[in-house]
Design a protein around this ligand. Sequence first.
Ligand code: TXA
Ligand code: MG
Length: 345
Amino acid sequence: MKTEIHQANPTSLRKAADLLLSGEVVAIPTETVYGLAANGLNSEAVKKVFLAKGRPSTDPLILHLTSRDLQVAIQSDILGKNTPHEAFDLASAFWPGPLTMVLPRGSRVPPVVTAGLDSVAVRYPAHPVTLELLSMIQVPLAAPSANRFGRISPTDAQAVLHELDGKVSLILDGGESATGVESTVVSLLPPEPAILRPGKITPEDIARVIGRTPYQQAQNLPRNQSMPSPGMLESHYAPQTPLYLAEAPLSPIHPDLRFIHYQTPKGSLHSNQFILSPEGDPESAARNLYRILRQADTGHGKAILIEPIPDSDLAPALRDRLQRASVGNARWDGANWILRRRNKT
Ligand code: TXA
Ligand code: MG
């Protein structure tokens, strides 16, 4: 299959809509990362998403809804009638935007979308191209991040091409994703609201709306433990060059290694040094994270080292992705970088 990138315009949107309605997959922009989309009510189409990504069928997908009004999703049997009232409050507060809610599944959602669960993850994304597409087709789009399973999520059309060349016929180019890390996933199922994946919308943001702080899952479950959310997998978002988390800000650089600084360091930069955010601003660090990981991953570095992420509202999301993308820790002992792999359980 030949993969084409098209700037989003009325012609390419019509083409994307036709492909989706005929059961094909299309890569779409969102404000968080690019998604690989299929008609979420068509099992055969959704299976193509799993196939293109090499994603295990036990890992459920997010449905991108055609309306921010949850009542519409309930009436069309995408969500259950027992959808909790907190979901309505969160939708009004944060949609369109980078919040995914896990809610009771309606009878029209095929089991392949939810990996057989009784719940379904839904969001209404804040990207004008994808909102236009959703309003044209009037079916929800099942869309995971448009990367091969376990790899770095794409935040622009070129990165999607790099990940899925030959596996999708159309990539709709809607520019660089503004947020740069995947949506916050919050479960509103009993017994209590719980954050399944940290993102730009924080537990405090959610608490302000629903009046209680969501439970935060223990991070980094080993692979074989039962999975509350497969985004909890220990290894994910990973570059091919092994990534190590430096225990202190990076200073001595070494030609065999690649270094990702949070902010521009003093002195002259070498070609094996990369910067997440020149000014050290969390929003731009999040926006640049995956692109910088991809850049550091090209060429022949033996390992990539990244500095600790300073505290901010976005720090939990960034640290979560880096923890999963990394294989261990790095420490400067005064003469050498000591790279230590984590034990996999
Ligand atoms: O920002 C995003 O959410 C992007 C864009 C494309 O919308 N999508 C995305 O999808 O990150 P994906 O498939 O890479 O991540 C979906 C996450 C996974 O951690 C999955 O386990 C969780 O949502 N999830 C989906 N359905 C679930 C369910 N019913 N219960 C618990 N977790 C669920
Ligand atoms: Mg993903």
